[in-house]
Design a protein around this ligand. Sequence first.
Ligand code: GAP
Length: 513
Amino acid sequence: MTQEELFKKLIAHSKEYGFIFPSSEIYDGLSAVYDYGQMGVELKNNIKAYWWEAMTRLRDNIVGIDAAIFMHPRTWEASGHVGAFNDPLIDNRDSKKRYRADVLLEEHIAKLEEKIEKEVEKARKRFGDSFDEAQYRSTSPRVLELQKERDTVHSRMVKALTENDLAELRQVIVDAEIADPVGGTRNWTEVRQFNLMFETKMGSVAEGANSIYLRPETAQGIFVNFLNVQKTGRMKIPFGIAQIGKAFRNEIVARQFIFRMREFEQMEMQFFVRPGEEMQWYEYWKEFRMSWHRALGFGDDMYRFHPHDKLAHYANAADDVEFRFPFGFKEVEGIHSRTDFDLGNHEKFSGKKLRYFDPETGESYVPYVVETSIGVDRMVLQVLSAAYVEEELEGGDSRVVMRIPAPLAPVKAAVLPLVKKDGLPEMARSVVDSLRFDHNVQYDEKDSIGKRYRRQDAIGTPLCITVDHQSGEDGTVTLRHRDTMEQRRVAAAEVPAIIGRECGLRTLLEKLS
Ligand code: GAP
């Protein structure tokens, strides 16, 4: 199965099993907007809990807030979003399709890199054990030619983006002979800047109403509350403020399912530090955030750092954590050193001091900020795409199993009476009732036990508990594990502790400390 086929199957599976639905589907959907179904919302909540516990509960110096989505319009002037939160867009005159110019170039670069890797792999097969990869890369004329082409496109793109030179950006596309991925022609318009913020009106009468924006990042709610939290929480630098909430961007190219949406959710943390200490904290947060991802157990090779080619208007250093999605390595999280850009500008625009008096140095200063910013929806996609497995079983049978890490699984356990009689349903219901207070559990009595196991595999339930005739006699049940399909008998009284141990967030959080 190709990665493309896998991705299509994953999208269909997500809908069939109640993870993700297209928004307002009965009206043919709304582009790049999705709804989370009964399984999706549980998965999403578990991801958020994992982040929240790791970032706030386990630490003395990070607290959370929940700021409003609407903010005073001046916020977005101060933050630079009104002036600089733009994407360069380009249209194809024939297909009438619109693209992000930088994305067209990045995809072209990725194709060149793929070609280089294919050349290297071919040579590795040809030369066998005697293959010297470094030497091959530095001498093969074909590889050198592709590498030169890649580096030229890359450096011209970065320069054009940094200098905001839109004519040159278009020229790079033309020179690289990039064709419209849909129509195949090269009939490109000029490149224009497009602001990504959604604007709306506040007040009941449109006339005279004030324009406000739907926030494009949650971070500004933290910056404007910096002193409120610092003073009321008696926080001492270094300290952090964390927040989970919706953000909105009028994305030009919204593709790849929930990867790039117009309404999405972010989990952000701003860490306030002494000026001059930001780079050491930047390194600290890079490492910590990578370990948070790796603790999920999808394999270390599924992640990499990617330094930004073009820094956002607020950053002096930025790295992405990229995950290997079925459509390649892509950003799930950004770690940014934002200097004193935001607090400094809010001081200027609001006329209010946003300074911290440092009792250790006796100085008053605008703190520097290191930010970690991760998309909840991209995390959901990460987990779904890493978890989806089609397995051939003995006897010619097959199953789809979602190997979701147990602490994130929507349903922790399913309780199944072997048959629908002899008092087994009542016994199974009493097991469910005893578990409900602590865990999300399901009761299922419909169809054969095999079909019920498959249904639970398909939503990633780590444990199935079967109640049979023996259960009435000796108080034991059968416990079946999703991944190994192994079954063992355990005392029903032990089940709550087993679920807690195997499915609790603690198993993940302990890996971080
Ligand atoms: N406060 C910094 C900030 O917003 P960003 O790199 O623009 O930085 C942070 O966004 C994260 O938010 C990204 O790494 C991604 O996971 C998520 N994100 C951004 N735009 C998104 C979109 N259109 N759809 C889904 N997630 C998005």
